[in-house]
Every structure is written in C-alpha cells, then in structure tokens.
Design a protein around this ligand. Structure first.
Ligand SMILES: CC(C)(COP(=O)(O)OP(=O)(O)OC[C@H]1O[C@@H](n2cnc3c(N)ncnc32)[C@H](O)[C@@H]1OP(=O)(O)O)[C@@H](O)C(=O)NCCC(=O)NCCS
Length: 379
C-alpha cells in the first residue's frame, strides 16, 4: 500500500504588519471590538504578488524535504488570489522553482483550498499517478478587499505556506478526509467584482463589494467543521483523546473554540494563529501547521486534525498521521525582498485606487443582472 507522507513544510509571511489600531485610522472600528469579537490583533499585508509568496514558501518546503525541484511531479496552488487567471498561478510557481516535470493545477475552494489540495495530492500519490507533490495555500486578499467595509476589512490578511508530499510505504500523511459543501449557504459569502460576470463592464479589478452574513457563516462553519471532524474520527476509529493537535482554519477565535468544544478536544491541543495573522483564507491551515512544527508542537507520530471551511460554503476535516521527522533536512536561502512601505501605507495606496462608493460595481447590481448571472437557484 502506498501512502503520501508529508516530508517538507515552509511558510512565507510578508513582513509588513497591519494592526487593529491601523484599521481604526480609516474605519469606524476599534482594537477592542476586533479583539473581543474575533481574537485578531494584527495581520500581514504583502508587498509582493501571490506567486512570489508561494514560490518562497514552496522552496522552503522543498529544502525541508531534501527534494530537488526537478523531482516534483505535481504542484497544487490552493487559493482564491491569482496574479492572473491565464496563465494559471501554479505554472508561475513551477517555472520559478525550476520544477520542469511538474503538472500544475490551481485549485479554488476558497479557505479550504489547501486542505482540498492536500486530499487531492494524497489521492494522486496513493493511486500512483504521481510520487512527489507540492501543495500550496496562499492568499493575497489585501488587493481585492473592500477597504471601506468594516464588516470584512478587519478580518483578513495575506500569507502563504506549502508542504511537500512523497510516496511512502509507511502509514502516514492524510489518512482520512471528509470533504463537503453547504451550497445552500453560498450567498452568505460572495465577493462581487471577480469573474466573467463583470468583464467588459467598467469594473476595475480590485473594486469589490462583499456580501457577507457573518453570523450565518459562523453558525454554518461551526456545525460543518465539528460534524466533519466527528465523522473523520469515527471513520478512522479515532477518539478526541487520540488527537494530539488540532490545526484548524483561523477565521475567528470563537469559531475555533466552538469547534474544539463540539469535537471534544481541549483548547490546549489547538494551534491558534488568528491573533497574529487574521484570516488568511487558504493559507491559514498550512501557516499554522508550519508554526506548530517550528514550535515543537508536532511530535513524531502525532495524530493531527485539520478542520476548515470557506466560501461555497465548502468544508472539510482531515485526519493526518505525522511521520517520525519533525525537523527540516535543510533550509532554503530564498527570501522576499524587503518591504519599503508600511502595511498602512500599502493599504492606503490600494484604497486610493478603489472606487470609494463601489459606484461602477453597484450600478451593475440591478436585480436582473445580479439574479440571472450570479444566483443559480436550487433545482
Ligand atoms: C463577522 C463576525 C466577527 C461578527 O461578529 P458578531 O459577534 O457576529 O457581530 P455582529 O454581526 O453581531 O455585529 C455586531 C455589531 O458590530 C458592528 N460591527 C461590524 N463590524 C465591526 C467592526 N469592524 N468594528 C466595529 N463594529 C463592527 C455591526 O455593524 C453590528 O452593529 P449593530 O449591532 O449596530 O448592527 C463573526 O460573525 C464571524 O466571525 N463570522 C464568521 C467569519 C467569517 O465568515 N469568515 C470568512 C469565512 S472563512
């Protein structure tokens, strides 16, 4: 039997920090509101593109695994943030790494993209289609955030991380995956402004209007992640006491606490990064995993649970058996160029480019247009 061991890991966090106080310089919000409602204190704003963030993370993961880029068979780029749609983003990472043999796939299930990618790559390795894969979770939300909307602008941040998977005879890697999609809730999280619906209609890329029903998503997220976690544990004959560490999606500290409670795992066994990075969508789980390894919180042979949810509303929970190695084989000297502007300066530059009242986009949202193009109804 072939398994897909996780043999390398690496993150690339942009250095510029945007604090809650920075946000309150242009939004009617406060450090107190954001911290008590979400657990977030700060997040990162990237000065480089998403392919560059991903390439540094992937190079670090390859060094960690001791694997040459030329031996990579598959790159999965998980996330919503693409520098361009054609050519795809995974191909940009491929050429930057020199992974000349690799198949390169962009995979978008919003915040669950990394976990869906991990499951996909694992299945491809276990069925013999490929032997060595890189799975990336990346997001560059700052570029298309509606910075005039305090309901969403305070919640998100930029970041990237990657893992290397390799075929192995040892029973390790992703051993169980529950994947699903609560599509009846798809209208609760929608970013208007992306996609063919808006093409050739005087909409600037980056001008967005977010439909966001935070309370509805909160409830659906807790239910879906807790249920998927219970199911994946039952499927594998594992109980909450057998879980050594939960590495969850990081959208809100209160969501994480509720999922841990319903899954029956104490918070001491949960990796939390939301205070430092906010919600980085597809990047949250792999960044938290890399930090857990860096902090020595993943012991050899550990059993990990990875619940996540995102737009769609996609959800999942993965059960991962770690191997014996918890330290890198080598490190990469690839790094980002220094940031020359503060996070607040970069955000203010983006804000200055955005249509302050979403006029062009709002004008497109006449009911006939919006309903016929963007609201498929249940059969
Ligand atoms: C968004 C979220 C933090 C809001 O927390 P909440 O406790 O549900 O807050 P509410 O929606 O009840 O809003 C309470 C009030 O705060 C206000 N508010 C919203 N954002 C605010 C902000 N940044 N600063 C200050 N006040 C804010 C609201 O306008 C509302 O005011 P009102 O009572 O006068 O109408 C929470 O619902 C959440 O985390 N949801 C899921 C996160 C998510 O969807 N992530 C993306 C998917 S991965």
């Amino acid at each position: 039997m072939t398994y897909a061991a996780i043999t390398g890991w690496g993150a690339c966090m942009p250095p510029a920090v945007l604090s809650n106080d920075d946000l309150s310089t242009f939004l009617d919000t406060s450090d107190e509101w954001i911290a008590t409602r979400t657990g977030m204190k700060e997040r990162r704003i990237s000065h480089v593109g998403a392919i560059e963030l991903s390439t540094v993370a992937a190079a670090r993961a390859l060094a960690c695994a001791g694997l040459d880029a030329a031996d990579v068979d598959l790159i999965i780029y998980g996330g919503v943030s693409n520098d361009e749609l054609v050519p795809n983003s995974a191909s940009g990472v491929q050429i930057a790494l020199g992974a000349t043999r690799a198949a390169s796939i962009d995979l978008n299930t919003a915040c669950t993209s990394f976990c869906y990618g991990l499951t996909t790559a694992t299945a491809m390795i276990r069925t013999g289609v490929v032997r060595n894969a890189i799975v990336i979770g990346v997001e560059l939300i700052s570029r298309y955030m509606d910075w005039s909307n305090r309901n969403v602008a305070v919640l998100f941040g930029d970041g990237a991380a990657a893992v290397v998977l390799q075929a192995s005879d040892e029973e390790e890697g992703v051993l169980g995956s529950i994947l699903g999609c609560d599509a009846e809730g798809r209208q609760t999280l929608r970013v208007r402004g992306f996609g063919c619906t808006y093409a050739n209609r005087d909409v600037n890329f980056g001008d967005t209007i977010w439909d966001f029903d935070g309370q509805a998503i909160f409830k659906r997220a807790v239910h879906a992640m807790a249920d998927a976690s219970r199911r994946v544990m039952a499927e594998r004959g594992v109980g909450p006491d057998d879980i050594d560490l939960v590495v969850p999606h990081q959208a809100n500290l209160r969501i994480i606490e509720s999922v841990a409670k319903y899954a029956g795992v104490p918070m001491e066994k949960v990796m939390v990064t939301v205070q430092k990075y906010g919600n980085m969508s597809a990047a949250t789980v792999p960044v938290a995993l890399v930090e857990a390894l860096d902090e020595g919180r993943v012991r050899p042979g550990a059993t990990l649970l990875m619940p996540a949810f995102g737009g769609g509303l996609t959800y999942c929970s993965l059960l991962v058996k770690w191997g014996q190695r918890v330290t890198p084989i080598a490190t990469s000297d690839l790094t980002l160029p220094p940031a020359t502007k503060s996070a607040l300066e970069m955000v203010n530059e983006i804000r200055a480019q955005q249509d302050p009242h979403g006029r062009s986009l709002a004008g497109l949202m006449a009911p006939a247009f919006a309903e016929s193009w963007a609201h498929p109804q249940p059969a």
